[in-house]
Ligand binder design. Structure first.
Ligand SMILES: [Zn+2]
Length: 89
């Protein structure tokens, strides 16, 4: 049986994406396990452009949602004042 290369299909046109580059680094922290990266693109450059924009928009939405979540969390923390433990007997 042919082994699946594992390249994803384009979410837009369904073409098998082609490998643009492959590299490895130590992740965002710069330490720890080696992280393998693969960047694949749609063989149709016009399609890839649209997909890129879509992904960028998704990232923006996600980032905004994260920000909001953090803000809510922070306001909750602010509202909840630390309980004083210096209860003297
Ligand atoms: Zn495509």
């Amino acid at each position: 049986m042919q082994k699946d290369e594992g390249y994803s299909k384009c979410i837009r046109c369904g073409k098998t994406r082609i490998l643009l580059k492959r590299w490895k680094d130590h992740g965002v922290t710069g330490k720890g396990n080696v992280v393998h990266h693969e960047q694949t693109v749609c063989p149709d450059s016009e399609c890839q452009k649209i997909v890129d924009e879509k992904f960028q928009a998704m990232r923006d939405i996600k980032a905004k949602a994260e920000e909001r979540k953090k803000a809510v969390l922070e306001s909750k923390l602010m509202a909840k004042k630390p309980v004083s433990t210096s209860a003297k007997a």
